[in-house]
Design a protein around this ligand. Structure first.
Ligand SMILES: *[C@@H]1O[C@H](CO)[C@@H](O)[C@H](O)[C@H]1NC(C)=O
Ligand SMILES: *[C@@H]1O[C@H](CO)[C@@H](O)[C@H](O)[C@H]1NC(C)=O
Ligand SMILES: *[C@@H]1O[C@H](CO)[C@@H](O)[C@H](O)[C@H]1NC(C)=O
Ligand SMILES: *[C@@H]1O[C@H](CO)[C@@H](O)[C@H](O)[C@H]1NC(C)=O
Ligand SMILES: *[C@@H]1O[C@H](CO)[C@@H](O)[C@H](O)[C@H]1NC(C)=O
Ligand SMILES: *[C@@H]1O[C@H](CO)[C@@H](O)[C@H](O)[C@H]1NC(C)=O
Ligand SMILES: *[C@@H]1O[C@H](CO)[C@@H](O)[C@H](O)[C@H]1NC(C)=O
Ligand SMILES: *[C@@H]1O[C@H](CO)[C@@H](O)[C@H](O)[C@H]1NC(C)=O
Ligand SMILES: *[C@@H]1O[C@H](CO)[C@@H](O)[C@H](O)[C@H]1NC(C)=O
Length: 289
């Protein structure tokens, strides 16, 4: 008995080593660029003809990945292949006391939607009413109002509480949104300590309000590359039983993969069967352990 134990441990170690090497299989299609900067680009995402599934084309510019290309203004910095999510940066809408208008739009396009669970519409400013208008199957909207007549009525505790900052939920399944300000409110009365207002859609867990964000143009300068937003994506908008019927478009092509309904968006995703690992969207993607 005493002699078999080390032997078992040795066998288990060998097994672990083999799992490691088999999961290190390719994530991109053969002959396609697999990394950009220090990020891996897993198929269905890809760069260039024949390297991506329709709707998942990206570009690599200055070591950053962009959806379509940088003119989309959507920079992707994290892709979850099995979770059907992508972290991107999106732009901030801003308006200073000496300006009118100020808006920022986000067009996520086909197969991508703004995660309603992870993100909030956030506005920063005193005397600011911000709106988000968007489309899912309907025309929808949301808004929030923040008021602080003087510096002392700004929340100093880091909470986004309506005193210099406000937040509200956004509708599910948005693939287009436009953030705007209500022109009946502006920063002219508070410009001494808060010349500008800002609004954006970002991950709630990421944002922490700081009273200093109200000063000068500090907020916009700090986040000039944008703010982090979580998007949900699906391989197709159908349910699995529909999707498998058309083999020319069905995405789960690996032998050992299966279709699952997305828990967070309308459509389906692919996953490797139990005991297999890799990229379910590639022919030889899911490999045994
Ligand atoms: C690489 O990863 C680190 C964090 O892990 C990040 O700070 C950095 O910006 C990434 N990108 C590049 C191009 O190095
Ligand atoms: C890439 O870098 C060049 C030179 O620094 C700059 O002109 C260009 O705007 C950058 N492109 C993007 C998409 O950041
Ligand atoms: C970026 O994509 C848009 C449309 O998606 C296209 O009109 C434009 O020509 C592309 N720009 C470059 C530099 O490829
Ligand atoms: C990407 O997201 C995963 C899961 O949330 C996280 O563990 C990882 O640190 C993220 N990577 C970067 C570079 O943000
Ligand atoms: C769905 O959303 C939750 C919360 O944002 C996330 O933890 C999960 O990874 C997402 N995807 C799946 C496939 O569960
Ligand atoms: C308005 O004021 C802000 C903050 O003082 C300043 O950064 C910006 O350049 C001004 N804009 C115009 C159009 O004067
Ligand atoms: C956004 O979603 C709606 C409803 O699902 C769809 O009709 C529309 O084509 C989508 N827009 C884009 C740009 O993909
Ligand atoms: C966003 O809303 C503003 C203000 O209503 C409007 O002027 C602008 O055209 C809208 N942008 C888009 C891309 O729809
Ligand atoms: C399968 O999808 C393709 C591409 O959308 C379409 O042209 C074709 O008609 C579909 N076939 C069936 C049997 O639905």
């Amino acid at each position: 008995m005493a002699g078999t134990l080390p032997c078992l441990i040795f066998a288990a170690t060998l097994m672990l080593a083999s799992i490691k090497s088999s999961t290190a299989s390719r994530m991109a299609k053969p002959r396609c660029q697999e990394t950009c900067g220090n990020l891996t680009i897993p198929y269905p995402f890809g760069i260039g003809e024949g390297c991506f599934r329709e709707g998942f084309d990206v570009s690599c510019e200055n070591n950053s990945i962009y959806r379509h290309n940088s003119s989309s203004r959507i920079k992707i910095y994290n892709i979850s292949l099995l979770g059907g999510q992508a972290r991107v940066t999106t732009l901030i809408a801003s308006k200073c006391f000496n300006e009118t208008g100020g808006w920022a739009w986000l067009n996520t396009g086909k197969f991508f939607t703004i995660s309603t669970k992870a993100n909030k519409l956030t506005a920063v400013g005193c005397n600011t009413l911000a709106f988000l208008g968007g489309f899912n199957e309907h025309r929808v909207g949301a808004g929030c109002f923040s008021m602080c007549a003087d510096r002392r009525s700004v929340d100093e505790s880091g909470q986004c509480s309506g005193m210099g900052c406000c937040q509200t939920s956004i509708a599910p399944n948005l693939n287009f949104s436009n953030i705007t300000f209500d022109d009946r409110f502006d920063n002219s009365e508070v410009s001494g300590f808060n010349p500008c207002s800002y609004a954006f859609v970002a991950e709630q867990d990421w944002f922490r309000f700081e009273a200093s964000y109200l000063e000068d143009n500090k907020f916009k300068e700090k986040f000039k590359d944008g703010v982090p937003t979580l998007l949900d994506w699906v391989a197709g908008n159908e349910y699995c039983d529909e999707a498998v019927k058309n083999m020319s478009t069905y995405a789960c092509i690996s032998k050992n993969s299966q279709c699952i309904t997305s828990p967070n968006a309308t459509g389906y995703l692919c996953t490797c069967n139990n005991g297999f690992a890799g990229n379910p969207y590639l022919e030889e993607g899911c490999q045994g352990r």
